[in-house]
Write a protein that binds this ligand. Structure first.
Ligand code: ACM
Length: 255
């Protein structure tokens, strides 16, 4: 199976423009062979909210227009797609991500580890870390700052994930290197799809570091994008490689 991380700059409060940018990349990734596309965290809405009202105006339920559009792409392009979105469930708002495939939704995840200001607006996730099979590869999903807590990737690996997909809006510079360790300590693939650019409010801005990447179970970077570019990072996943947890004749990670 070929996974593709899609990296884009996100236009603030312009979901239609973000859809347009993401659709161009999605079509390109599928035409170059990808079976699974990973979009960034909160890819249509933008990340850095100034007020709860602003977030509420952009948050949607699981059957809202953002995800309906993502499901349509999945059908049209015949591939699975993971995408981050602000989820409204009654009065509660979560920083969520959906993994959907042409035959239906596969994982609905709510971010467990909220970063910075997110704690003002979002509730921490209340759903389990899940692993599902797609085209012979077992997939788990976590969102951005979950990277900082090794238990998240570990739990997904213990549940059998071959590949962890990781929609992100990275702010801290250490994540791309930390994911090498997460991959190595669990012997799994990790595909991080990040945004780049800035969210700007008046004189203040929040900068996102790009560098979307796919890392192999041995910690090798199979591809990595720059800090200031739209683009696609693609890699082939061999699930057998992730399932062999042997380090040497005498050492097995899971033993
Ligand atoms: C982050 O978790 N989006 C920094």
């Amino acid at each position: 199976m070929i996974v593709a991380g899609l990296q884009l700059d996100i236009a603030w409060e312009e979901p239609a423009e973000n859809f347009r940018r993401a659709a161009v990349l999605a079509a390109r990734a599928v035409s170059s062979g990808a079976h699974l596309l990973v979009l960034p965290e909160l890819f249509a809405s933008g990340y850095w909210f100034e007020s709860e009202e602003q977030l509420r105006a952009l948050a949607e339920p699981l059957d809202g227009p953002t995800l309906e559009r993502v499901r349509e792409w999945s059908h049209q392009l015949d591939c699975a797609i993971a995408a981050g979105f602000p989820e409204r469930d009654g009065e509660t708002i979560y920083n969520s991500a959906l993994l959907t495939a042409p035959d239906g939704d596969l994982i609905h995840y709510r971010k467990l580890h909220l970063f910075g200001d997110e704690k003002r607006w979002f509730e921490p996730g209340d759903r389990p870390l899940e692993v599902v099979e797609y085209r012979g590869t077992k997939l788990g999903m976590m969102v951005c700052f979950d990277w900082r807590f090794p238990e998240t990737a570990r739990s997904l690996a213990f549940r059998g994930a071959d590949l962890i997909i990781h929609p992100s809006n990275l702010v801290l510079p250490w994540c791309p290197d930390a994911m090498i360790t997460r991959a190595l300590e669990n012997n799994v693939y990790i595909a991080t799809s990040d945004r780049w650019g800035d969210d700007v409010h008046g004189d203040e801005k929040l900068h996102f570091i790009g560098q979307s990447q796919v890392v192999a179970p041995n910690g090798e970077r199979l591809g990595r994008l720059g800090e200031h570019e739209d683009g696609i990072v693609e890699a082939e996943i061999d699930p057998e490689r992730a399932r062999n947890k042997s380090v040497s004749q005498w050492n097995d990670l899971w033993d």
